[in-house]
Each structure stands twice: as structure tokens, then as C-alpha cells.
Design a protein. Structure first.
Length: 359
């Protein structure tokens, strides 16, 4: 019998802004001037928060911190494309996404200072707690999406993860279930080229990470992750696709981590200087600034004032958050379940008794 071809596959790549901020008018999303300015300010807030927390960590005032620097477009562009009813599932690096979703900076700094109140997810904001374990939260995102589909809630779930997570079994299980059940899920991979210190090429021989969607029967697309308009459009399209009953999208945002993995490692040991120099001109904030200046929405003087405003806002919020930290040992049991199971209550009571006995 002759060999027959079952199907052919291809992966599209989306870019709307080039490195100098020039825009493809045909692809430019419909955002008002005020929305564009708001997005830019969120980028400045995120960068200012990064710099502030790194300084505090070096002073010993907060614990290990994972910077966002270089990935602002991937996080803010995606979070901004969601409604408040939609759910996000963040990792330890999604400070910019959480700020965009309305989490007060004062609460976010509490998380990094070790207070469980920083992980207290309000019913007003559909943000799952920050996930430290790599890839495990992707299954939770599928579960919530499947439940919402059964209930007819018409929402989507968006899970953030890095290129390293695509080497985890949880990633493949999540995509498989999502594909079979056609859940309204968006998997957003921030491919920052490194899993801590392991280059992407040493993880997989696949030409793209987006093509991993093909095996699970879901939609896959690669996006310029430093182009905030492209990220916004790709996620908005994925939201419409999911809410139209079509199922899941895997979005690979090609970006670059311009800082260390966390404040506990030394990037000079593994970051190549020539690679960093190639990515610096693609930096997302400068690119978006150029776009806004080309549209005559901002001047250099206005940009300077906005940066100063962002720094002052972060300073106030951080000081407020650190002044309100509560460290009650009971807190570690409070924010995982809506109704605390008996087994967890037993552990909490045992801890109380141990602390009482030891003064």
C-alpha cells in the first residue's frame, strides 16, 4: 500500500511593532489613547517595583525575588486582554501581570517579605495564588476551565509559565486534557531562552515551543514577546476563540530575561554577553515608548514625569505593605482552601499546642 499523508502543520509568528516602534497598521489592535498610556504606565510600575524589591532584598528586608525585567510586554499585554471574570494562574515571576490585574503593590510586597497575606486572593480578583512548583499549576488552570465550561460561566483561564516548564510532565498532561475537553484555557509560555541557566536549545530540539500544541490538537502561535501589541492581540484572539467554544490556545512569547533568574543566582556565570547585547535593542519598554512618541501621545518630558510618578507610587505602596505585615503561624493554613479540611485543622491545632508548650 502507498504511504499517504495525513496532514501538514505550520506555526504562525505574530509581530506588530518592530524594534524602533514602527507599527503594522493592518494588525494594530483597537486600543484608545488612554488605554495605551495606561498600559505604558503599568510597564513603568512593574520596572520600578523590580528595582525597588531587588534593593530591599540586598538589604535583607525581603526574601528571594524573581525579577520581571525584559518580560513586561508578555505579562502586561496578556493580562490586559482579559476581563476581571477570567482567571490567571501565575508563577513566581508574574509581578507585572498581578499588578495589571489590580493586586495592590502593598499586598504583593508582603508576599515577597514572607507574609501569607500577600497570597490572599480576593474574590474581587480571579488570581490564583503564586505557584513556585514548576508546571503544576497548569493542571489547575485546566480544571478550573473545565468546571467553568460545565457551569456555563463563559470565562477563560490563563496560565503563565516559562520555557523550562515545557520539559515537565505536568505541561503535557495539561495540554492533553485541555485538548480532549476543549477547555477555555490559554497557555502562555514566556520563552525567555533560559530555564534558570539551561538554554532552550538544550531542552528541546523543536524549532518552536508553539508547535507542541499540534500534538494535542490545540491552536499554537508564536509571538514577539517584547511587542506588547502583538501579545495583547494574540491573547485577545485566544480569549474570543475560547469563549466561542473552540477550545485552547498555546501562545509562545519569545522574550529575554534581562536580569537574573532570582536574586539567589549569579547570571554572569551563564549569560553570554553577546546574546544580551543582541536582545537589549528589543527591550519592550523602550520599544513601546518609541511607538507612543511616534503617535505623538507622549513627549520625553512626559515620559520622565511618568517614570518619577511610578517610582514614587511604588515607594509609597512598598512602605505601606511592609508596615502592615502580620506574621501569625496560623496564616500558612488559611489561604489554600475555602473550607479548611479537618486534617489541616488538626495540623494547625498541633502547631498551636507545640508553640504554647515552648512559650
Amino acid at each position: 500500500m502507498p504511504i499517504t499523508q495525513i496532514d501538514t502543520f505550520s506555526i504562525e509568528r505574530l509581530q506588530i511593532l518592530d524594534e524602533k516602534g514602527n507599527v503594522d497598521k493592518a494588525l494594530e489592535p483597537k486600543l484608545s489613547n488612554e488605554e495605551l498610556k495606561k498600559i505604558y504606565y503599568l510597564m513603568l510600575l512593574s520596572r520600578a517595583f523590580d528595582e525597588k524589591v531587588i534593593n530591599l532584598q540586598r538589604q535583607g528586608k525581603v526574601g528571594t525575588f524573581a525579577p520581571v525585567k525584559g518580560q513586561e510586554a508578555s505579562q502586561i499585554g496578556s493580562a490586559y486582554a482579559l476581563s476581571q471574570k477570567d482567571w490567571i494562574f501565575p508563577t513566581y515571576r508574574e509581578s507585572a501581570a498581578l499588578i495589571t490585574r489590580g493586586l495592590p503593590i502593598s499586598q504583593l510586597i508582603q508576599y515577597w517579605a514572607g507574609s501569607e497575606y500577600g497570597n490572599d486572593t480576593s474574590k474581587e480578583r480571579n488570581n490564583f495564588p503564586i505557584s513556585i512548583a514548576v508546571g503544576t499549576h497548569l493542571l489547575h488552570a485546566v480544571g478550573v476551565a473545565y468546571a467553568s465550561k460545565l457551569k456555563g460561566d463563559n470565562i477563560v483561564t490563563l496560565a503563565y509559565f516559562g520555557d523550562g516548564a515545557t520539559s515537565e510532565g505536568d505541561f503535557h498532561e495539561a495540554l492533553n486534557f485541555s485538548g480532549v475537553w476543549k477547555t477555555p484555557t490559554i497557555f502562555l509560555c514566556q520563552n525567555n531562552q533560559l530555564a534558570i541557566s539551561v538554554p532552550r536549545k538544550k531542552q528541546t530540539s523543536a524549532k518552536t515551543l508553539a508547535q507542541k500544541a499540534i500534538a494535542y490538537g490545540i491552536k499554537g502561535i508564536q509571538v514577539d514577546g517584547n511587542d506588547i501589541l502583538a501579545v495583547y492581540k494574540s491573547v485577545k484572539d485566544a480569549v474570543d476563540y475560547a469563549k466561542g467554544g473552540n477550545g485552547t490556545t498555546l501562545i509562545e512569547c519569545e522574550t529575554y530575561r534581562l536580569a537574573q533568574h532570582t536574586t539567589s543566582d549569579d547570571p554572569s556565570k551563564y549569560l553570554k554577553k553577546e546574546e544580551l547585547e543582541q536582545w537589549l535593542p528589543k527591550e519592550p519598554i523602550i520599544r513601546f515608548e518609541s511607538y507612543l512618541k511616534n503617535k505623538r501621545l507622549l513627549t520625553d518630558d512626559e515620559i520622565k514625569k511618568l517614570k518619577e510618578r511610578a517610582e514614587q507610587e511604588v515607594k509609597r505602596e512598598v512602605e505601606l505593605g511592609l508596615s502592615e505585615i502580620k506574621n501569625d503561624p496560623d496564616d500558612m493554613f488559611k489561604f489554600l482552601f475555602a473550607d479548611i479540611p479537618k486534617s489541616i485543622l488538626q495540623q494547625m491545632n498541633e502547631l498551636k499546642e507545640t508553640l504554647r508548650k515552648n512559650g
